[in-house]
Design a protein around this ligand. Structure first.
Ligand SMILES: Cc1ncc(COP(=O)(O)O)c(C=O)c1O
Length: 246
């Protein structure tokens, strides 16, 4: 059997041993008598799989206790809307536009509320990062959004350029997450579609500081509210959300 070399931005190539384990467990996952694709998403077996996935991710990324790990649907593209829905709370947010993905995130956020472009390198064809003098930050912004690796334009923000600006930093890490150590504590929220660096498509990772939960207005759909997702945790039930009264 010859396996192809995959240099695409996604979906990610999976290690052969992972594929072999999945193959071995496909007919009968750990004595459950069925595969992961057939078991109840509310059952204890799937709860165990999710719990292990979260524990592994916490260990790999060094995610501290005060951060919630959410496994969501909708891709990173859904986060372009879900982030302002949850975090704007009637305020304004800043976006640094360094390529096509952060530009998309900014445009989508404009549909939700008041957002500012704090810097853009579009006039230079997104060929570089903005220099400090080009970045005009709002010290009262609800958050500052960056894309730490622009998959199409190839612009990456090195870890040493990630500074504390006094507002929560929100980062799209879709195409370089888990490729190097990251200091999670520098960020308010990290998100990534799984299909680039982690595994197959269909799940989106959101790592969010607890302080940023519970800010969503009551008129957003329940499934879009990070706090509801975090409260329901791994065993969340699609038909039985915990509704919060505010
Ligand atoms: C940096 C970045 N952000 C967002 C996206 C969109 O992700 P998704 O396809 O999961 O919506 C992609 C890739 O497609 C990407 O590379």
């Amino acid at each position: 059997m010859s396996r192809i070399w995959n240099f695409s931005a996604g979906p990610a190539a999976l290690p052969e041993e992972v594929l072999r384990q999945a193959q071995e467990e496909l007919l009968d996952w750990h004595g459950a008598g069925c595969s992961v694709m057939e078991m109840s998403h509310r059952g204890k077996e799937f709860g165990t799989i999710l719990g292990q996935a979260e524990a592994d991710l916490r260990e790999l990324m060094g995610i501290p206790e005060q951060y919630k790990v959410l496994f969501l649907q909708g891709g990173a593209t859904q986060q372009f809307a879900q982030i302002p829905m949850n975090l704007l709370a009637g305020r304004s947010a800043d976006y640094i536009v360094t390529g096509s993905w952060s530009k998309k995130a900014f445009k989508e956020a404009q549909r939700i509320g008041n957002v500012r472009c704090a810097a853009t390198t579009e006039s230079s064809g997104f060929a570089r990062l903005p220099v400090a003098e080009e970045i005009k930050l709002d010290p009262f912004a609800a958050y500052l959004h960056v894309c730490t690796n622009e998959t199409i334009h190839g612009v990456e923000i090195p870890a040493e350029r990630i500074a504390d600006t006094g507002v929560p930093l929100v980062a799209d890490m879709s195409s370089h997450i888990l490729s190097r150590p990251v200091n999670v504590e520098k960020f308010g929220l990290i998100y990534a579609g799984a299909q680039k660096n982690i595994g197959p498509s269909g799940v989106t990772l959101v790592v969010v500081h607890r302080d940023l939960l519970g800010m969503a207005p009551l008129n957003i759909p329940t499934v879009m509210d990070y706090a509801v997702m975090a409260e329901n945790g791994q065993r969340r039930k699609s038909t039985n959300f915990v509704f919060r009264h505010r």
